[in-house]
Design a binder for this molecule. Structure first.
Ligand SMILES: [Zn+2]
Length: 55
């Protein structure tokens, strides 16, 4: 059994700044800060593919 290695913190998401540039929701950052203080991709301009199966 291999347990997940959670030694490293969650890496910041990589938003597409070209999409975020005109976004008023994230003010062009492409990311928003959640209540937990974590950075999350802006759902308004950054489309979440849903799954990471596609490269
Ligand atoms: Zn946005």
């Amino acid at each position: 059994m291999a347990h997940g290695d959670s030694s490293s913190p969650t890496p910041p998401p990589h938003p597409d700044l070209d999409l975020a540039r005109t976004c008023d929701h994230c003010l062009g950052w492409g990311t928003v800060v959640t209540r937990d203080g974590e950075h999350d991709l802006c759902e308004a301009c950054q489309r979440d593919p849903g799954d990471g199966s596609a490269a």
